[in-house]
Design a protein around this ligand. Sequence first.
Ligand code: AMP
Ligand code: MN
Ligand code: ZN
Length: 865
Amino acid sequence: MLVLPIKPNGEEEKPSAVVSCHSHVQKLEMDSSNSDKQNNNQSVNEDPAGVDNEFCPGFKDVDAFVKYGLGTVVAATKASASLPQVGDEYDLYRSFPGFQEFCETQGDGLLHCMSQIMHHHGCRAHMRDRNKLTGLEERFDLVVDSNDVILEKVGILLDDAAGVNRSQQPVMPAGFQPPKIVVSSWNRKVQKQKTFRLLQAKNVTRPQLKFREKVDNSNTPFTPKIFVKPNAIKPLPSYFTNKHIRKERPEDLDVPAALADFIHQQRTQEHVEDMFAHPYQYELDHLALPENLLSKPEPQMYKPLAETKCSFIDTLEDLVAVNEKLAKTSEFAVDLEHHSYRSFLGITCLMQISTRDEDFIIDTLELRSELYILNEAFTDPAIVKVFHGADSDIEWLQKDLGLYIVNMFDTHQASRTLNLGRHSLDHLLKLFCNVDSDKRYQLADWRIRPLPDEMFQYARADTHYLLYVYDRLRVDLWEVGNGQPALLQMVWHKSKDISLKKYMKPLFTEDSYMDLLRKQKKAFNTQQLTAFRLLYGWRDKLARQEDESTGYVLPNHMMIKISDILPKEPQGIIACCNPVPPLVRQQVNELHLLVQQAREMPLLKVRHAWGAMHWLFLQPEIPLFGPHDTSRVSESDIPSFTPDGKIYLKSIVNINYDTVKDPGHLTVAQQKACRVVESFQNPFRMYLPSNDIHISKNAKFDPSTKIYEISNRWKLQSVEQQQKEVEAKKKAKEEAKAVAGVERKKAKQSYQESLQNVATVRQQASESIKPGGKKRERVASETGESTPKPNKKLMKAAVKKNEDSTTPLVFKPYDYSQSDFKVFAGTQPHVFVYVLSDFGHDISQKSNACAGNRSMSFFGGKSER
Ligand code: AMP
Ligand code: MN
Ligand code: ZN
């Protein structure tokens, strides 16, 4: 009876004429008894010799079972369709006691059978309790729920069988073993297949633990780490130079650093834009290149590796010595290695520097707080710093080390300007030095210490040849530019633009999840969307708190799978993840609550186009992506591909096949997949009424009836009715729009007013902090303007918790759905909006007492170039 209603190939589906749940149950009952009998017969007749090899009793393999199963289902459907129709016919039959009696015994038997199956699957199963008046509706719910659970299990098992769940997780440091060969063609855009080696280590101690200055993962903009400014033309604003004094403000101890700094700004009336400006903006804007850099150079050959000294620098003393050596050069090459899997913002692990005669490998984990001293050489306009592809390096230098570059030459930009075709460092090394470098260790876990020799040598090669490459590129630029400096100037100019880049911390906003979703080209219904939003918030919060990457907390594809499936049980969430991320396992109950909350949303289908599917099949090229580093490209850009380039079945399964207009594009296998998925969509479809069936119109439009709910849930309405409803909705929407328009105008006006009153708001802010300890209370008590309508069940739970104030506080993820995230609106240039309730980790508890926020606006620094 709970056999999945798989549609036989090619056969047109004929909705049977069942209206009330009552006759629905009866119909099922007869089919079931029928098939049971056949099943028994078959097992009895089977040759006992074959039993050992049987797939299951009576069936020698899966095909035999499926064939038989489909036959039975077809027979059942036919039998069901030929039952007396509801309305006159059924009522007539029912007036015969024999018929009634037969139906009742069959009904009992069937309900018993259903109960057993449901019991077997761990679902609630009181199917036989016919006493209550509401029994029918409840039982129908039970069936729907159970079918969901069973279908979920089937889906998971099918995924498992198809290998969908395997090997998606970025490589976890799991054993410092000889490097594994990993085919990572999926890393590169067009290139031929390449073999990469991933070096991992077991139990790498988290370098963050040793950082003198704690990492600031709070949802606040990044402020430069700099506090001394060598080579300054324009002095460093006092905001930065007074940093050491600020450290002693006792009242700021429990406030995130950026907020404390901001409040301090208010108090001291300093310019807020200083906090966010590029500290070397002025120097870079006024950088004048010496003549000799704009002429044709004489290339200076690199020294052979064997004859070059290479030192590992991990003490301050050695670093000072390096700094002194660098200060005496006129150019040196720099590169960084970075790790981003086990940290929220990523960690710069290594800095390679090569002068014309020496290589240095600097341990940026060990010397993290000391490296700022290199600013002396790094910002000296008389010394050229050569990088290859510095976009990320510039940001990492600022983020972790407080370092800036004045006077840079980026060989990647030179290669582009020369149209060399390929612009990777390996290509340039091959071209100019005939060195076969491979980038096997690019994705290694660079936190490993002591640094294995292979990685050491790899890192060294990244800068060793770079000054020679710089010379050769400049010669080419000169020659291609017909002996004019124009092309050289262009590269210097582009490189300067890169130096001017500012590191931006990823900020969580109300709609960050939509950005990710848009990239996934995913079409979700309202419940799935809600789940996705809640999971996204949970993940962001936890990642910041635990200082892990969001990909480590819950990879995108798993988050999508959970939102897609909306598992009813915590085990269902676990089953969506393979391997299960540790934090998911640990907090599966919180996740389950979020999914439950999403399931309580009214279900609205979000229609989507064939385009989404088209995209999935036609986009084999995937942007650069690696297991550790997501900084270059958002990981969300990557559809679910297996490492060998195949699309996950999952992606196919997620497509709404109703909207596929042109299945002619599909391969046989994809068409088959379509059919299978279709047959899974609605387990009751074949039992559901078509429009010529009599359903009480009142019932259909009365939200309190089951029919109404079912109609909505399974989209039973006739086309005209649907159209009518759409029109009605449209109308309502337009009306609402008109109202919203007026509201928006009002809001805009008040926002403009508040901008004009920035000073007043600031004064308020500084006043609010004057009485020291009082500040926190104030923030808490003044919050509470716009909270989304809270979920009833959760509210109840929260109330309960509040009442029981003696129970110890357990970690409860902050419910992002309940807060207002008008934070740091990126669309408003020059303006940051702080929402106080978003700061700090203890917010979740505080906001229990008083949800909402109070916001302050102020002007940020100059916009990015
Ligand atoms: P490189 O400049 O090539 O030495 O790369 C510096 C850092 O960028 C590496 O340590 C990685 O963290 C990151 N990275 C480089 N290439 C990739 C890639 N293909 N995918 C992801 N991250 C990368
Ligand atoms: Mn690099
Ligand atoms: Zn490198």
